[in-house]
Design a protein around this ligand. Structure first.
Ligand SMILES: Nc1ncnc2c1ncn2[C@@H]1O[C@H](COP(=O)(O)OP(=O)(O)OP(=O)(O)O)[C@@H](O)[C@H]1O
Length: 765
């Protein structure tokens, strides 16, 4: 009997032919998560934004691999048209490169239709069907203009609100809601917002046609002001036409909360690249070369992924994207200017020495100092980095941070973690250093606590007062939410498995690794490689890796198919493992929360939470590594033991919410599987606020990397229980002692023999 059958709860019944629905099957699905039954009018028949049922292919991949092998099927495969070499041909307009006239001809008709717009009611319908909610979180300009009058009005309103109760609040919320023109296809970017032709081509070459929900709303919001499109009228935004509405004076600051894998990267990169291109057309001043946009991400892996994406989108545009590395400088620091003028500065020389010592990029060659320093200053328009990497480069004279007046765009990707106590100080220091009055800020994540919103508003206010910018119009802060906030994506299957003990978890994981060894049951789900396994700590990841190292048979690649990735490895080793995993050479990657956020492995079939995540948000991000861009068939398995019971309700609640979301939005009725039963939710204890805080900070007590009384780590992972291990150790010790005794006896006998021999020798004399 399979014990997991009794103790596990899968969120959906097994599917008939999973191979066809695996994320790694290579087929590109509809990237949208919601609104599949809704036809986005006025999209014409020929328009690529025509709606498809979930799972219906947009196009066949050009290289057809067996479903089980094409792990990381590339979205670009489906695009027949690829960008040609940069120097190929020159555009007749604006000096842009033109790579394909075919694309142009094909898209003319579509562009004409794309220029058609929706009326306000249609906007509302489309945005609601895609579960999009856009509100003005803070309209600073209005606040400042009407301070006195507003105060009196607010006092009156509060009184009325008290009498009328919640209804009034709802009415107020509706008033502040926006309905921008939905962008249902990427071709509309050219017809409506006149983005660079080359940028449009690059998007097409990557295979992007239909927009995801977050792109559908965020791109019009961020590009809208370019043509004065964003107009708020009686609680709604509309395009062109009636000009009686209150118009936002400048651009906007945006706080976007959208599901994992929903294409937020493109949503923030396209407006930045477009803005930099517009700027480069108007500005001929080359002294402005250097970063104009900074994108901060919490890990090196995510930062380097964003750089890659930015480079792909800006091919042939002249816009460059760079990844911040040790030894690079963002701006010239005051001491550099002094040293250039021949003034000796002790701090400058100290720091220079440090930078040289830590720099791995100059291959140990010592160039003359001023030249080296100048050569390392970032010239790329888009700079992507972790907070510490930028801050280290900005610090001078101890803790002073060099200002960055040239930065016009600041993006915090995974904003909630960047503004969490772990990174908060560093992130805010960078934000404060961006002193340009026209700076626009974007905060993006799949999860966002209300404390982050408060912090964002506070930071915007502080910045405003410290820079004394009162003579300039203030941009509103707009919040865009896709789906249900802080919920896991609805297109994956969740399984919460009670494994009782540490041993149980290992057995469970082995069962997932060798599914054919165990007879399949109604509730068992199959998990095909490649998949990620998350542990709570680095020592546990290492221990699990060594335990599973020989589980994959040699004929399937053996131990080379399984790897461990964590922050204690060198950057080079981390990069190699990431590349091998993306190529499909590694099938099982064991890791910590280092890879929980942002990292995009398109064809990942599943995620195993070997250790329960530290919070509901952590669960959302970890499981969001599968089911990217609307791909179906991803699986998320979470093991929990006796020790986890006090905390697992967080995870159960997230799964339950995600299942509800699926069953509501799923016209095919697939969402009716009842994974997390109400009785389980009722039975699980609700963790206190303090417990949640502790858990988030340090994880489950029993698995912390503390030493036991023998000085050994308790984070050990093994199929054997501690009792069995002790017995075994004693047995081994006894065998060893007996062997040693025998050896000693032999030596004694020999020694005695030697004595008698020597005695005998003497006897010969
Ligand atoms: N419109 C689109 N059509 C098809 N694929 C898309 C589209 N937009 C993005 N993608 C693909 O979706 C995947 C996920 O995108 P991205 O990494 O930007 O997601 P994300 O929202 O930032 O996720 P996370 O919250 O995990 O960081 C990428 O492989 C990307 O190429």
């Amino acid at each position: 009997m399979n014990v997991f059958k009794l103790l596990s709860r899968s969120s959906k019944p097994p599917q008939a032919s999973p191979a066809h629905r695996l994320p790694s099957s290579g087929a590109v699905t509809n990237p949208q998560l919601f609104g599949h039954d809704v036809v986005d009018k006025p999209a014409p028949e020929s328009n690529t934004s025509r709606k498809r049922k979930r799972g219906q292919d947009i196009a066949e991949p050009s290289v057809t691999l067996p479903a089980g092998l094409d792990f990381f099927g590339n979205a670009s495969q489906k695009s027949e048209v690829r960008p040609k070499d940069d120097g190929d041909r020159k555009s007749k307009r604006d000096g842009e490169d033109i790579s394909s006239d075919i694309i142009l001809e094909e898209s003319v008709a579509a562009e004409r239709n794309d220029a058609e717009t929706y009326d306000v009611d249609e906007c509302k319908r489309v945005l609601r069907s895609h579960k999009l909610k856009i509100v003005v979180l803070e309209d600073f300009a209005v606040q400042e203009e009407e301070t006195e009058r507003e105060k009196r009005r607010k006092a009156k309103k509060r009184k009325r609100d008290k009498e009328k109760g919640r209804k009034v609040d709802k009415a107020k919320a509706a008033k502040r809601q926006l309905y921008p023109q939905p962008l249902t296809s990427f071709t509309q970017l050219r017809s409506r917002y006149e983005i660079s032709r080359r940028l449009a081509e690059n998007l097409k070459a990557q295979g992007y046609e239909m927009t995801t929900e977050v792109q559908l709303a965020a791109l019009p919001l961020l590009l809208g002001n370019k043509k004065g499109h964003l107009r708020v009228q009686h609680g709604s935004a509309e395009t062109g036409g009636d000009s009686s509405g209150a118009e936002f004076g400048g651009d906007i600051d945006l706080l976007a909360v959208a599901p994992t894998g929903s294409g937020k990267t493109i949503a923030f990169l396209v407006p930045i690249i477009d803005a930099l291109l517009s700027e480069s057309k108007t500005e001929s001043d080359s002294s402005k070369a250097g970063p104009r946009a900074i994108i901060i991400a919490p890990t090196k892996e995510l930062a380097s992924q964003i750089v890659n994406e930015a480079r792909k989108l800006s091919v042939g545009t002249g816009i460059k994207a760079a990844l911040m590395k040790k030894g690079m400088e963002v701006v010239e620091k005051p001491e550099d200017a002094l040293s250039k003028q021949g003034v000796d500065s002790p701090e400058a020389s100290d720091e220079e020495g440090d930078a040289d010592a830590s720099s791995s990029d100059d291959g140990g060659i010592q160039l003359p100092k001023p030249n080296r320093r100048r050569a390392d200053i970032v010239k790329a328009g888009i700079l992507v980095a972790t907070p510490l990497a930028i801050l280290n480069a900005l610090k001078h004279h101890g803790d002073k941070v060099t200002e960055l007046p040239g930065i016009l765009h600041l993006v915090l990707d995974e904003a909630d973690v960047l503004l969490d106590p772990l990174f908060r100080e560093q992130t805010l220091a960078i934000w404060t250093a961006c002193t340009n009055p026209h700076l626009r800020v974007g905060l993006w994540s799949a999860t966002m606590g209300s404390n982050i919103e408060t912090l964002a508003v506070g930071s915007l206010n502080d910045r405003w007062s410290s820079l004394s910018l009162s003579n300039l119009p203030r941009a509103p802060l707009i919040r865009l939410v896709v789906g249900l906030k802080d919920t896991a994506i609805p297109n994956i299957t969740h399984q919460l498995t009670y494994a009782a003990t540490e041993q149980g978890k290992l057995i469970g994981l082995r069962q997932l690794l060798h599914p054919t060894a165990i007879p399949s049951t109604d509730t068992s789900i199959s998990l095909r490689p490649p998949f990620l396994v998350f542990t709570q700590t680095i020592p546990r990841a290492i221990a699990l890796h060594s335990e599973l190292l020989y589980d994959i048979p040699p004929e399937a690649g053996g131990s080379s198919r399984i790897a461990v990735l964590h922050a204690d490895l060198s950057s080079g080793a981390r990069e190699t493992i990431m590349t091998r995993f993306r190529r499909g050479e590694i099938w099982v990657l064991i890791t910590t929360d280092l890879l929980a956020r942002g990292v995009d492995f398109r064809g990942l079939n599943g995620v195993v939470n070997y250790d329960v995540p530290n919070s509901g948000a952590a669960y959302v991000h970890r499981v969001g590594r599968t089911g990217r861009a609307g791909r179906e068939g991803g699986v998320a398995v979470t093991f929990y033991t006796q020790e986890d019971i006090p905390y697992v309700k967080n995870v159960a609640n997230v799964i339950r919410a995600s299942e509800k979301l699926r069953s509501k939005g799923d016209s095919e009725g697939q969402g009716e599987g009842t994974g997390i039963q109400q009785w389980l939710l009722d039975a699980l204890p609700t963790p206190s606020k303090r417990d949640k805080k502790n858990l988030k900070k340090r994880g489950v007590e029993a698995r912390r990397n503390v030493k036991d009384k023998d000085g050994k780590g308790t984070s050990r992972i093994s199929t054997k229980s501690g009792y069995d291990r002790r017995l075994e150790e004693r047995r081994r010790g006894a065998v060893e002692a007996s062997r040693r005794r025998k050896e000693e006896d032999k030596v004694m006998v020999k020694a005695k023999g030697n004595v008698s021999e020597s005695e005998f020798e003497g006897f010969g004399e």
